[in-house]
Design a protein. Structure first.
Length: 175
């Protein structure tokens, strides 16, 4: 029997559920829930897309300005590796740990980031768009930055793919 108020009316039971309980049930039915293992895969795909897009944009622009190409790529990759080791390795591990710790069997498809992660991602996208729109940064410097920032995103994606591959395939009947 559903939780809520139960009234006896003749020989029938009438269950009156609170509005919040009904709302929760509707949300649960409509929520695009997936197993945690695949939430890791979705996170890795999103990080791959973002990193590939940034690195690709940077690489295309750097390639079209061919002088000292090897040096420019080496600096961008070294900077990206530094960013990964100092910052992104911690961020990606935090996301992996958070996904593992979710106590819901089938969390929402969009819960690969927490609110802070979505705010950070939105801020970075908006900041990049504003820099491009108002041409506040030299295009060559922006291309180096794109290649530099794409590197730690791709390395973080690789780390999340690794966590996805190692996640137990048959944790429970519903996972």
């Amino acid at each position: 029997m559903d939780s809520g108020l139960v009234l006896l009316s003749g020989k029938r039971y009438i269950t009156l559920m609170s509005a919040s309980l009904r709302s929760k049930r509707i949300i649960q039915r409509l929520k695009p829930g997936i197993p945690k293992r695949y939430l890791l895969l979705v996170a890795a795909l999103v990080w791959t897309f973002a990193g590939g897009m940034l690195f690709g944009k940077g690489a295309i622009y750097l390639s079209s300005h061919g002088d000292r190409l090897f040096l420019r790529f080496a600096v961008a990759l070294a900077g990206g590796l530094g960013f990964f080791m100092l910052l992104f390795s911690k961020i990606s591990l935090k996301h992996i740990t958070r996904i593992h710790a979710i106590d819901i069997v089938r969390p929402c498809l969009f819960s690969f980031f927490d609110l802070k992660g979505y705010v950070m991602m939105g801020s970075m996208i908006a900041g990049g768009a504003l820099l491009r729109k108002f041409e506040l940064v030299d295009p060559l410097l922006r291309a180096k930055f794109y290649a530099c920032m794409g590197t730690p995103l791709l390395l973080s994606a690789a780390r999340i793919y690794y966590a996805w591959a190692r996640y137990p395939r048959f944790v429970g009947a519903n996972e």
